[in-house]
Design a protein around this ligand. Structure first.
Ligand code: ZN
Length: 120
C-alpha cells in the first residue's frame, strides 16, 4: 500500500491522465514528500502516473518516467515557486528535472539519463 504524507489520493485521480496513488512507487513518494516539506509550499500535481498506451496515443515514445510511476508534474507559474521546488528537489536527491512554462517535472527514473535538466 503506497502512502504519502502530503498528497491525497484525489490529487492523483484529478491528474492528467487520471491515476491512483497506488500507481506510484513508494520510494518516489517518500522523496516527493521530503521535497514538499523542505519547500514548505503547496505542490499541485498536474500529472503523475501515465500508461504507455496513453503516452503513445499522445504521440510520445512511451518510455517516460511517468510510465514507471516515479514522475510528477507540479504546477509552477512564478519564478519563486519554481526556485523553491527545484532547490528542495535537488537537495532531496532528484537528479532529473524538466523545466516548463507552467510546471516543473521531477522524476527518479534509474533507467533514463541521470543528472539532467531539460526544457520543454
Ligand atoms: Zn512530466
Amino acid at each position: 500500500m503506497v502512502a504519502s504524507r502530503y498528497f491525497r489520493k484525489e490529487e492523483f485521480k484529478n491528474a492528467t491522465s487520471s491515476c491512483s496513488l497506488q500507481d506510484m512507487k513508494q520510494d518516489f513518494m517518500l522523496m516527493l514528500d521530503k521535497t514538499r516539506e523542505m519547500a514548505n509550499i503547496p505542490f499541485q500535481i498536474t500529472s503523475a502516473y501515465r500508461t504507455i498506451e496513453h503516452e503513445k496515443k499522445q504521440g510520445r515514445s512511451g518510455n517516460s518516467a511517468h510510465t514507471e510511476g516515479c514522475a510528477v508534474d507540479i504546477k509552477a507559474i512564478d519564478g519563486r515557486t519554481k526556485w523553491l521546488i527545484i532547490n528542495s528537489a535537488i537537495k532531496c536527491g532528484f537528479n532529473r528535472i524538466g523545466f516548463a512554462k507552467g510546471f516543473i517535472h521531477l522524476d527518479s527514473s534509474k533507467k533514463l539519463d541521470q543528472n539532467v535538466i531539460w526544457e520543454y
